[in-house]
Design a protein around this ligand. Structure first.
Ligand code: FMN
Length: 193
């Protein structure tokens, strides 16, 4: 008779500092999620955007339920993901709340237009993805927002802003191409079956 699979025993008391320390190793691309319409707008810096499926085009973003964007996304059912380029560190900081900026004040100093849905779209973003909420799964402190992508705008640039070990990092396809080539060349080659 086959043995029953044993459940993995997890320590329920993993210290928060250990969890944070582990997650610092995870490099994340920086985006600004914007929500609202007209003058009733806000937005926030996030690293939690992930692609969910290509067909249909859907993505996931985890939003703190206390963030000012969350009730707007819930109420209006729309949001925009603006993927920042390497020169947009100031925008990342504004939308993370630096200097106590809130709501519409975070949008000053950069060019915005309206997406099809009406959510603010950053003109110079590497990519801007206008989304309709498909579902929100509320879990712990956050809401996992599943967005159906309705419109995409893309820039020709290829230099991204990421966050890694508590710091913003620029990744430029041109400048870092040689280093990236070294990494892919030093990885072991797989032989074909
Ligand atoms: C690099 C970075 C990544 C962040 N990623 C997220 C995220 O994925 N989800 C989230 O809820 N908050 C994230 N935050 C925090 C929000 O940007 C921040 O709390 C913001 O001020 C919330 O907006 P509010 O002040 O209008 O509520 C991140 C902050 C930084 C600096």
């Amino acid at each position: 008779m086959n043995a029953l699979p044993r459940p993995l025993v997890m320590d329920p008391a993993v210290p928060a500092a250990d969890f944070r320390g582990a997650m610092r190793h995870l490099a994340g691309g920086i985006s600004v999620v914007t929500a609202g319409r007209g003058r009733d707008i806000t937005g926030m810096t996030v690293t939690s955007v992930t692609s969910l499926s290509v067909d249909p085009p859907t993505l996931i973003v985890s939003i703190n339920r206390d963030a000012s964007s969350f009730p707007l996304i819930q109420r209006l059912g729309i949001f925009c993901v603006n993927v920042l380029n390497a020169d947009q560190l100031d925008i990342a900081e504004r939308f993370a709340g630096k200097g106590g900026l809130k709501g519409a004040a975070r949008f000053a100093g950069s060019d915005w237009s309206s997406s099809l849905s009406g959510a603010p779209l950053l003109v110079d973003a590497l990519a801007a993805l206008d989304c309709e909420v498909e579902e929100i799964v509320e879990r712990h402190s956050h809401g996992i927002v599943i967005g159906r992508v309705r419109e995409i705008r893309r820039a020709a640039r290829n230099a991204a802003l990421a966050y890694w070990h508590g710091q913003y990092v620029a990744i430029d396809h041109e400048e870092d191409a040689a280093r990236m080539a070294q990494v892919s060349m030093s990885s072991p080659r797989r032989s074909l079956p």
